[in-house]
Design a protein around this ligand. Structure first.
Ligand SMILES: Nc1nc2c(ncn2[C@@H]2O[C@H](COP(=O)(O)OP(=O)(O)OP(=O)(O)O)[C@@H](O)[C@H]2O)c(=O)[nH]1
Ligand SMILES: C[C@H](OP(=O)(O)O)C(=O)O
Length: 204
């Protein structure tokens, strides 16, 4: 399956600004992209990184500096169905979780993100277009209904966990041994347990 992996190469993960410098955010985002591409490489997917600027990676890169929704919809306009979109901040993605997404029957298959986003989807209907940000999973359900597309949803912790806020770094350190997790450990992030939720602290 053809898979687009959108990637903000310029100013990724701005919500991590409280804990990472701009340069660190770019480096960490590149490691998460590496985790997603590693997982995709172990599936039948044919990935293209859809980036806002040049990126060094082992798969083809399409550069489009339009905002996320416009850039993805331009590819949907041009593509033959099916086309999947898998976000580059899914540091916990595994081949098994992705194969389950790709193998789920439906004109539009949604992998909701915690907090309302659409972390991954498969589009098999010619009229469906994306509209990211806000509660996009709700918007995508509605759009699918409007164009008469059947929908299915994939209930997956690994695909639902995107890395947006500093608290999400806990999930990466707890549930991954991949590139992003190693980058965080090398940068001095560690898990702190005690009363209340597990959190991270950075040494130094
Ligand atoms: N091609 C492209 N990808 C984008 C763009 N904005 C975000 N992305 C990517 O889309 C995915 C989901 O984006 P968000 O969750 O909004 O992440 P983000 O923009 O990096 O993070 P914030 O700045 O904290 O909102 C990530 O893989 C981003 O790298 C864009 O304008 N163009
Ligand atoms: C792009 C956006 O991601 P979020 O900001 O919800 O992580 C969405 O999935 O609509």
């Amino acid at each position: 399956m053809e898979v687009l992996v959108p990637f903000d190469a310029q100013d990724p993960n701005s919500r991590l600004a409280p804990v990472l410098t701009p340069e660190e955010r770019r480096a960490f985002a590149a490691e998460m992209l590496g985790d997603v591409l590693d997982a995709l490489a172990a599936t039948d997917a044919d990935p293209t990184v859809l980036a806002t600027g040049p990126v060094e990676c082992p798969v083809p890169v399409a550069v489009d500096d339009r905002p996320l929704t416009a850039a993805v919809n331009a590819r949907l306009d041009a593509a033959e169905a099916p086309l999947a979109v898998v976000m580059a901040d899914l540091a916990l993605a595994t081949p098994v979780a992705l194969e389950r997404l790709f193998g789920t029957v439906g004109d539009v298959v949604l992998a909701p993100g915690r907090g309302g986003g659409t972390n991954a989807l498969v589009v098999r209907h010619p009229e469906f277009r994306v509209d990211y940000h806000g509660a996009s999973v709700r918007d995508h359900r509605e759009t699918a209904a409007e164009v008469g597309a059947s929908t299915a949803e994939v209930d997956s912790f690994r695909l639902a966990t995107d890395v947006d806020d500093p608290a999400d770094l806990v999930e990466v350190l707890l549930h991954s041994e991949g590139r992003a997790a190693r980058w965080l450990a090398d940068a001095g992030f560690e898990l702190v347990t005690g009363d209340g939720r597990v959190r991270t602290e950075r040494e130094g």
